[in-house]
Design a protein around this ligand. Structure first.
Ligand SMILES: NC(=O)c1ccc[n+]([C@@H]2O[C@H](COP(=O)([O-])OP(=O)(O)OC[C@H]3O[C@@H](n4cnc5c(N)ncnc54)[C@H](OP(=O)(O)O)[C@@H]3O)[C@@H](O)[C@H]2O)c1
Length: 207
C-alpha cells in the first residue's frame, strides 16, 4: 500500500518506516526537514508542516491509502502541532478519500483523573485530538496509546488494554503500529499498551 507517515523523522516513525518498507509498502515520509529523512528504497520524502492549512496538507498526501500520525512537539507547540495539526491531518485525509488512519497517542489521554500533573497540557492536546478522530470523522481509525517510550531494543512482546502505565521500547511501539495495518479487528479501537509477554500479532488479534 501507499502510506503517508506524518512526523517521519521522529524516533518511532523512523522504526515504523523501516518495518513498513520491509513489509512491501511504499512510503511518503512527511517531514518538515525532508533532507533528514534517511534515504531508502520505497521511501519518498515529502515536505509537510502541521502549521499548514488542511487544504495544503491534502495536496501533500498525494495518492496515499493510509495515514499514520506519529508527530508531536515535545510540549513546545501543543495547540498548533499536537492538537490542531493532528485535526487538520484528519480533515485532509477525509478530503483525499483516505479511510485508514492510525494515530499514535498517549496512555490515559481520555482519563483526566489519571493524568500526571507535569504534562497536563500535553494530555489535553492528546485527549481532544483523540476525541476528534473518534467523534468528528468517518475515518477507520485506530488510536494506539503507549506509556513512556524507551530507547531500548525490541522485545516483540506487549500487553494491550492495560490498566496501568508501563515502559515501551520504541521498536515495539513501531512494530505494533505496523502490525495494526493488517488487523481489521483493530479499526475503531483505542488501544492502551505497554511491554509484556504476548507476541505483538497475538496481542492485537485478541482485541
Ligand atoms: N515520549 C514519550 O514517552 C511518549 C509516550 C507516549 C506517546 N508519545 C507520543 O509519541 C509521539 C512520537 O514520539 P517520538 O519520540 O517518536 O517523537 P519525536 O522523536 O519527538 O518526533 C516527533 C516528530 O514530530 C515532528 N513535528 C513536530 N512539530 C511538527 C510540525 N509542526 N510539523 C511537522 N512535523 C512536526 C518532528 O519533526 P522535526 O524533526 O522537524 O522536529 C519529529 O520528527 C510523541 O509525539 C508523543 O505524542 C510519546
Amino acid at each position: 500500500m501507499k502510506i503517508f507517515v506524518v512526523g517521519a523523522n521522529g524516533r518511532v516513525a523512523e522504526e515504523l518506516i523501516k518495518l513498513l518498507v520491509e513489509r512491501g509498502h511504499s512510503i511518503l515520509a512527511g517531514a518538515r526537514s525532508v533532507e533528514k529523512v534517511p534515504e531508502m528504497d520505497g521511501v519518498k520524502p515529502v515536505h509537510f508542516d502541521l502549521h499548514w492549512t488542511a487544504a495544503k496538507m491534502a495536496e501533500a498526501l498525494e495518492n496515499a491509502e493510509v495515514v499514520y500520525f506519529t508527530a508531536g512537539s515535545r510540549g513546545k507547540d501543543l495547540l498548533q502541532t499536537d492538537l490542531y495539526g493532528a485535526v487538520k491531518v484528519m480533515q485532509a485525509s477525509e478530503e483525499r478519500g483516505i479511510k485508514r488512519y492510525i494515530q499514535l497517542s498517549s496512555i490515559f489521554s481520555m482519563e483526566p483523573e489519571r493524568w500526571n500533573d507535569s504534562i497536563t497540557d500535553y494530555n489535553i492536546a492528546k485527549m481532544f485530538s483523540d476525541y476528534w478522530l473518534m467523534d468528528k470523522t468517518n475515518l477507520d481509525y485506530t488510536i494506539l496509546q503507549p506509556g513512556n517510550l524507551e530507547e531500548k531494543p525490541a522485545t516483540g512482546k506487549i500487553e494491550v488494554n492495560v490498566k496501568e502505565a508501563g515502559p515501551n521500547p520504541i521498536p515495539d511501539v513501531a512494530s505494533t503500529l505496523a502490525t495494526l495495518l493488517d488487523q481489521p479487528n483493530t479499526v475503531k479501537k483505542v488501544i492502551m499498551m505497554h511491554t509484556g509477554d504476548t507476541p505483538i500479532r497475538d496481542a492485537l488479534a485478541s482485541i
